[in-house]
Design a protein around this ligand. Structure first.
Ligand code: KG4
Ligand code: ZN
Length: 309
């Protein structure tokens, strides 16, 4: 049994995963309330909170699942990328447990973890696939050839898409992390009220979202009404989705992809999923929301598949 640990950013998460990649149980603690009043993640606060949360979470996970540490045959832990102070807390716990229990510790790249989270969807992934990894820290487009092979096609040159949601949300008076609230606000927005540029139309895979945020900033005034805010949320979300949708469609054609996987926190956005389902021409695979945001199950699943040809 694989005990998986994820502490790369502001979620502390632990999970038991079978060697075949099925999730036995997962327990997570989010720090978003603690960071909300600062308008973003404070790394020092994040690492301290991981230290406090991690051991009780493992104890709680074992209580909930009836598992025990002695059942671990492998410890899987996120090694990079992420906040260094946060990562080190997970690595330290993994190495200590591995040492005490006498089992191997496997390091997992956080982005590869997100990739493998798609295998926790009810829908199958068909290879070759195009993967859109879209979160608060990353926005990347990968060609996913097989369980052992993937290549980067492109990614954002500045802000990640989730970061853009958070920054635009802040301009519209929403709390961090603003993605879900901005999506909700956009539902009552009138299409076409504000014209925003579709970023990076002329390049195949790379993306950019900071200009979009600046464009929103130029429009927003202190006397913005609730309807203005909703209309702007709609315009922003639409422009971002258009840009991302064009890149994904281009990648599907170039890679002859059989499916598209959408993973990372922003994959929770229903409008984005719908935009992709309506336009890419192949099945779109999205994991359940609890596996879209940062979580340990995806780290365990990636470790389980590391040995699969
Ligand atoms: O994957 P994640 O939990 O952490 C990172 O690795 O970044 O993603 C969190 C990001 C935040 O920026 C949050 O605002 C965004 O995902 N997000 C959303 C939605 N739910 C979460 N963005 C847009 N629409 C959503 N429904
Ligand atoms: Zn992530």
């Amino acid at each position: 049994m694989i005990l998986a640990i994820e502490t790369s950013c502001d979620d502390t998460s632990v999970a038991w995963v079978t060697p075949e990649g099925s999730v036995v149980g997962m327990k997570s603690a989010t720090q978003s309330t603690a960071h909300a009043r600062h308008g973003g993640i404070v790394p020092e606060v994040a690492s301290r909170m991981h230290v406090t949360a991690l051991a009780p979470l493992i104890r709680g996970l074992n209580r909930d699942t009836g598992m025990g540490l002695e059942m671990a045959t492998q410890i899987a832990v996120t090694t990079h990328p992420g906040l260094e102070g946060s990562l080190v807390v997970g690595r330290m716990m993994a190495q200590t447990l591995g040492h005490l229990l006498g089992c191997p510790v496997v390091g997992v790249n956080h982005l590869v973890g997100h990739l493998f989270s798609s295998l926790l969807s009810d829908d199958p992934v068909s290879f070759p696939a195009v993967a859109l990894i879209i979160s608060g820290g990353h926005t990347l487009l990968w060609e996913w050839v097989s369980y052992r092979e993937w290549h980067e096609l492109g990614g954002t040159r500045d802000d990640a898409a989730g970061e853009a949601f958070d920054k635009v949300g802040r301009l519209l008076g929403l709390d961090y992390p603003a993605g879900p609230a901005l999506e909700q606000l956009a539902v009552s927005g009138v299409p076409g009220r504000f014209q925003l540029p579709i970023p990076m139309m002329g390049v195949p895979y790379d993306m950019s979202f900071s200009g979009l945020k600046s464009a929103v900033k130029r429009w927003v005034t202190p006397d913005f009404s609730d309807q203005d805010r909703a209309d702007m949320a709609h315009a922003f979300q639409t422009a971002l989705m258009e840009s991302v949708g064009l890149k994904v469609s281009h990648a599907v054609a170039a890679c002859h992809a059989q499916s598209v996987v959408v993973v990372g926190g922003v994959a929770a956005n229903r409008a984005l999923r719908q935009r992709l389902m309506d336009s890419v021409g192949v099945p779109v695979v999205v994991p359940p929301v609890r596996y879209c945001t940062d979580n340990a199950a995806m780290i365990g699943v990636a470790a389980a598949y590391m040995g699969v040809a």
